[in-house]
Design a protein around this ligand. Structure first.
Ligand SMILES: Nc1ncnc2c1ncn2[C@@H]1O[C@H](COP(=O)(O)OP(=O)(O)OP(=O)(O)O)[C@@H](O)[C@H]1O
Length: 469
């Protein structure tokens, strides 16, 4: 004896389905739509007759109904982007008398208003989640290629060519060079150009992590390893970098106790989590970098010689900027392009005077310092051309009043009646010199007084005397 639907008129049935599931679609085992209710059609802006017998993926964005109709695996509370928003979809395989005949899908929300209400609440959370996901994924990817490393001077090309050549090998690399020379950039590019590129690039700054956290950061820990240890434990950077590359930045700052532990990992190719029982085999390429003189540190007993040998299989020395001044115009142009993007500007250029000024400086902070100098200039710039006046004081200080803006002119036209006296001429020169100095220091009176070689109070008095605001 049959129960249930036999006693229901067909029209009722349809209404019950509409009430039970505001949007419903049924596909057969080939993924062809066999039924779609009016709520779903309204939402999609289509007519049922245009959807029937069509492959579901052609009618509904990001549908997976055809997959469920084949796999027999339900997908519940799945997020499905439709019409620019995220919907919640339930997809059930449809078994009739034990045979998989298709799938039934429902999508949450009865009407546009309900959807908007939900969307307002959930959308920012989803965006936040995507943001963190992206950041996390990007954090494990190399960000620079060799083409992002600018410079054609012979010394630099030697280092760059060598780096490209050795990127395909698996040997450890030690990058040395002053701070800001681009060691990190090289590490990224080496990984990016290697067969490990598809696997993570994990950077760790050995100087910035407190000594007591370094071990668990590098090797991870097991659940219950110490009070406050996360449930389920935590993977260390070495585990994260498996099959990829680990970049140990500022290796010269690694404490001696950690150096021994690191050496063991490099020798044995295994890591053991803090509080862990079993070591885990890992396959990681090591790139280390430092601005310190490791040989000297070995002599002083602050860096382990055996670790040095392990890390120093291939040594790459990145020359400081002062030894490749011919690269400065190209690097500056490249950095300005990056700054243009950041500041939503375009067409920023440098005068020849600025370029030669930049080439006179000895750049103790290397390219990082050059980046800062240019960013400051872009900040104070009016118009598109960076001139001496836009450079920081320490770069301008030895300027010998060469630029047009800095020259002192005396306008005799204002004295057409009579030739000015020497006193009057000197006053005009003094006034003009003060105006120039103030322009040069962007109105900073202390800087201007230093430029003029007079005291700040004296400058204030003279500004008052000449009515300079
Ligand atoms: N050849 C280059 N071309 C373009 N940009 C560069 C170049 N070298 C360095 N930079 C830029 O200069 C900045 C400093 O570079 P990076 O961080 O790689 O230096 P570093 O040698 O690792 O410094 P530190 O020793 O202080 O960690 C970065 O913003 C980088 O993008």
């Amino acid at each position: 004896m049959q129960f249930g639907f036999d006693y229901l008129p067909y029209k009722w049935l349809e209404e019950i389905i509409n009430l039970a599931a505001e949007r419903i679609v049924v596909v057969d085992s080939n993924g062809l739509i066999r039924y779609i209710n009016s709520g779903y059609c309204d939402f999609l802006g289509i007519k049922a007759e245009d959807a029937i017998n069509q492959p579901v993926q052609n009618i509904i964005e990001n549908s997976r109904m055809h997959i469920v109709a084949k796999s027999g695996q339900a997908e519940l509370s799945a997020i499905q982007p439709i019409k620019g928003g995220e919907m919640i979809a339930n997809r059930y395989p449809l078994f009739v008398e034990g045979e998989l005949v298709g799938a039934v899908g429902t999508v949450l929300f009865r009407n546009q208003q309900e959807w908007w209400d939900y969307s307002k609440k959930i959308q920012p959370l989803l965006e936040e989640l995507n943001y963190y996901k992206l950041n996390y994924e990007n954090g494990l990817k190399s960000k620079y290629k060799f083409s992002d490393i600018i410079g054609t001077s012979s010394k630099f090309m030697l280092a760059k060519k060598m780096a490209e050549k050795i990127s395909v090998s698996n040997s450890a690399v030690l990058l040395t060079g002053e701070s800001g020379t681009g060691k990190e950039l090289f590490a990224h590019a080496i990984h990016q150009n290697s067969s490990r590129e598809q696997f993570p690039f994990v950077r760790i700054n050995c100087a910035s992590i407190p000594e007591h956290l370094l071990e668990s950061e590098l090797f991870g820990y097991d659940e219950g390893a110490f009070t406050g240890a996360k449930k389920g434990g935590k993977r260390g950077k070495f585990e994260l970098a498996n099959f990829g590359t680990i970049f140990l930045d500022e290796i010269g700052d690694m404490p001696l106790s950690m150096q021994s532990k690191l050496l063991r990992v490099l020798q044995e190719g295994e890591v053991e989590r803090v509080g862990g029982q079993k070591p885990k085999t890992i396959d990681v390429r090591i790139i280390a970098a430092t601005h310190r003189n490791l040989e000297k540190m070995i002599e002083e007993g602050t860096f382990r010689q055996d670790l040095y040998y392990r890390l120093n299989v291939i040594k790459l020395e990145i020359p400081p900027l002062r030894e490749r001044k011919e690269d400065i115009p190209y690097i500056a142009t490249y950095l300005l392009k990056k700054l243009e993007k950041k500041f939503h500007q375009h067409g920023i250029n440098l005068t020849n005077r600025v370029i030669s000024k930049l080439q006179q400086h000895n750049w103790p902070g290397n390219i990082r310092e050059l980046e800062n100098v240019l960013e400051r200039a872009v900040n104070v710039l009016e118009g598109n051309t960076i001139d001496i006046v836009h450079l920081p004081l320490y770069l301008r200080e030895n300027v010998h009043f060469l630029s047009e803006k800095q020259k002192v002119y005396v306008d005799y036209n204002n004295h057409s009646d009579s030739f000015p006296t020497l006193k009057e001429t000197l006053s005009l020169v003094e006034k003009q010199a003060i105006i120039n100095a103030l322009q040069l220091s962007n109105g900073n009176k202390l800087e201007a007084s230093k430029l003029l070689g007079i005291g700040k109070t004296s400058l204030y008095d003279k500004c008052k005397q000449y009515n300079i605001k």
